[in-house]
Design a protein around this ligand. Structure first.
Ligand SMILES: NC(=O)c1ccc[n+]([C@@H]2O[C@H](COP(=O)([O-])OP(=O)(O)OC[C@H]3O[C@@H](n4cnc5c(N)ncnc54)[C@H](OP(=O)(O)O)[C@@H]3O)[C@@H](O)[C@H]2O)c1
Length: 275
């Protein structure tokens, strides 16, 4: 099996490096292509475990599975460039936000399309990817897709585009919500007089410790909150303040804003506007 990654940016390189590290493919079976010749020259020198190509003509016709990792607004141009070299046995995995399976099937003239929504922790092998496969994809092909996507972390297969948009609101954009919370806590620590460095250590260690506790037990998040808080105590004062300020509802609304924006981007007239 030969895999081609188109687009050597943040996500394309993450997939190429993660698949290379997984040992699933030999160097000659993992290919990467980008339109920037300068970037390709740098990649050739870095000697990673994949082959770097300057033209689609050389790599696209021999690929079995093709990752599309360009920005959504480059998709129209890219699809036009790809069409002459595609055949209907090839399978395309798109990670472009908001670009639907139907658009890719129509634009590329092939049916085997997977739409995936990864997130940034994919860069450190702790990504969360939801994906949806067109019905034309066989069970064996699905296993291959899951293996490849799984090289960057965990995967969840969903059965409608609605869930791809919904997961954009939870796991796709989610790392930014966590960073927002971290930044807010670090700012509070600094306003209490801690140094930048101490604020960072206090917050990071608290996040790491809380996640570790959560992962090691079957308790719900709410049960853990009750374990930390005692009636009339310090934690309860903070939790009451969060409730009084309706923070839970605000987080809910934020996730829905991302979800609704993903739906908007998927509408035909909006599809190419994400920059
Ligand atoms: N970053 C995330 O956290 C995240 C999460 C989920 C999904 N995604 C999706 O992942 C996709 C890629 O995002 P990214 O952050 O990796 O983008 P990026 O860093 O901009 O990388 C895209 C690369 O593709 C190149 N490119 C553009 N048109 C091309 C073409 N026709 N042929 C070959 N290469 C081409 C770009 O070159 P130029 O720079 O010269 O244009 C750039 O090097 C996006 O569609 C985004 O929606 C990203």
């Amino acid at each position: 099996m030969k895999v081609l990654v188109i687009g050597a940016g943040n996500m394309g390189l993450t997939y190429a490096s993660s698949i290379a590290k997984s040992g699933h493919l030999k160097k000659e079976d993992l290919m990467i292509f980008d339109k920037s010749l300068e970037l390709l020259e740098t990649l050739k020198k870095s000697n990673e475990n994949y082959e770097v190509y300057d033209t689609l003509l050389e790599c696209l016709p021999i690929a079995d599975i093709i990752f599309i990792a360009v920005k959504p607004y480059h998709n129209d141009d890219l699809m036009a460039e790809m069409v002459p070299f595609l055949n209907d046995q090839q399978l395309v995995i798109s990670i472009m936000a908001g670009v639907t399976i139907e658009t890719l099937q129509k634009g590329l003239g092939i049916q085997k399309i997977v739409r995936a929504m990864p997130n940034l922790p994919a860069q450190v092998g702790m990504g969360m990817t939801s994906y949806l496969a067109a019905p034309e994809i066989s069970r064996i092909e699905l296993w291959m897709v899951e293996d490849l996507l799984g090289c960057t972390g965990k995967t969840v297969r969903v059965d409608s585009q609605m869930f791809i948009d919904a997961s954009t609101g939870i796991s796709g954009s989610g790392p930014a919500y966590v960073f927002y919370f971290m930044e807010s806590m670090m700012e509070a620590a600094k306003s209490m007089g801690f140094s930048d460095n101490d604020s960072k250590v206090l917050v990071i260690t608290t996040f790491e410790g809380a996640i570790e506790l959560f992962n090691r037990n079957k308790l719900s998040a709410n049960s853990w909150m009750k374990k930390v808080a005692s009636k009339g105590g310090t934690t309860q004062a903070a939790l009451d303040s969060l409730d009084d300020n309706n923070v839970k509802q605000l987080i809910h609304d934020a996730a829905y804003s991302a979800f609704n924006r993903a739906i908007e981007l998927g509408k035909p007239s909006m599809e190419l506007q994400e920059k």
